[in-house]
Design a protein around this ligand. Sequence first.
Ligand SMILES: Cc1cc2nc3c(=O)[nH]c(=O)nc-3n(C[C@H](O)[C@H](O)[C@H](O)COP(=O)(O)OP(=O)(O)OC[C@H]3O[C@@H](n4cnc5c(N)ncnc54)[C@H](O)[C@@H]3O)c2cc1C
Length: 411
Amino acid sequence: MGTGIVTDFDIIIVGGGAIGATMALEAAALDYRVAMIELRRPDFASSDPERVIALNYGSRCHLQQLGLWEDMAAQGAGLIRHITVVEDNRAQHVEMDAADVHDRPLDALGYVLEMGPMLAPVYRKLAEAGVTVFSQTRLLSLQADDAQVSVSLSINGESAQQMTARLLIGADGTNSQVRRLAGIGVAGWDYNRFGIVASIRCAQAHRETAFECFRKAGPLAFLPLADGRYSIVWAMRPAEASQLLRMDDEAFIAALNRATGAAVLHQTGMVEAASPRACFPLELSLARRYTAQRIVLIGNAAHTVHPVAGQGMNLGLRDVRVLADALRGEPAHRDAGQSIVLQAYAEGRRLDVAAVAGFTESMVDIFGIGLPGAPQLRGLGLGLMQRWPLLRDMLLNHAAGMQQLQEESHG
Ligand SMILES: Cc1cc2nc3c(=O)[nH]c(=O)nc-3n(C[C@H](O)[C@H](O)[C@H](O)COP(=O)(O)OP(=O)(O)OC[C@H]3O[C@@H](n4cnc5c(N)ncnc54)[C@H](O)[C@@H]3O)c2cc1C
């Protein structure tokens, strides 16, 4: 590596998506010397269709503590004050409202942000915090021993260059190379579904309401954007998805109006315009372990869940918080990669990840798949929630990320 370039760090983070970059800020705030490796050149532009994320109230509080929230929200954040859950266009539905959350007045249950612009303030802060960012850099190999972890990198296409650290954090997404090179397997499955995303305009103003429509072929979610449109995530079978991607706007809008159904259209008005579409494969993928020698996994590298409940990034931000807690204190500052630090993180995450993956799976199972008896179960679920406020409150707290805040205030 050229002269003058630092090649030894306390922590190297592979992956500069929202989770890796937030982790880099947390680690720098704890006085670690941090390098972040990102494959691509960071792009903060708005995309079309927008890559949109719904963050819950718990994540907002975390980002606020990091001094990021105000700048992120200034880029434009849609508020989710109200959620309506409907099933296959039946009259029975469940309503949740920010005003119904006990203990704490909330301005919203969640916030809808666009990924590119949302990352801009995070990267600005990385420079201020002294994080060394290597973009357009590819991880080629890694090796860990009792003393350190060494990585071989290709920076800007140049051949293998070495870097060392006490700890390597894999934040490189669903197909994590760190996970693969560390020999950590995954459990999970492909749902044989794709998620079509697009931004749409409906005839009526959205009144800060998100809709979850559970259909047999897969859920369809409407998230209110700051500019009055909705972002949709529409899960469907591969053949249906490829057909919809080929349609012109008029045919796509007609198909979307049919899939949405009267119960929701009654509140949104007809879909009138749609952006270009993008498509993602939907899968469940859970790392069998979150740690290996001097290595930890966070974010989608550790767990990729179905977007039905909009929990993936919220879960990743909670990884960041727990890992930052494990990295606080004298023992971690002596050696951030020692196994007691890594085990504290793994212990701290197991239950939450299992709970969210289980919750998301149960929604996919009950609402999305035609098991015998599923229609009765689905109807029973929504009916029960209407009649049993405790169950509805549990779902409400889950949507807003309140358990996390309650645990912290009791802990
Ligand atoms: C359709 C859809 C809708 C979703 N909606 C929501 C939602 O509403 N709310 C929510 O909370 N979550 C949602 N999610 C999930 C959310 O997008 C992810 O959980 C989140 O983006 C994961 O962030 P990450 O930083 O872990 O991974 P990524 O965003 O995948 O970032 C990984 C980064 O690592 C880099 N990288 C990869 N390999 C290498 C390498 N070898 N070397 C260097 N860098 C590398 C990549 O370039 C990338 O920048 C949704 C997901 C989908 C598919």
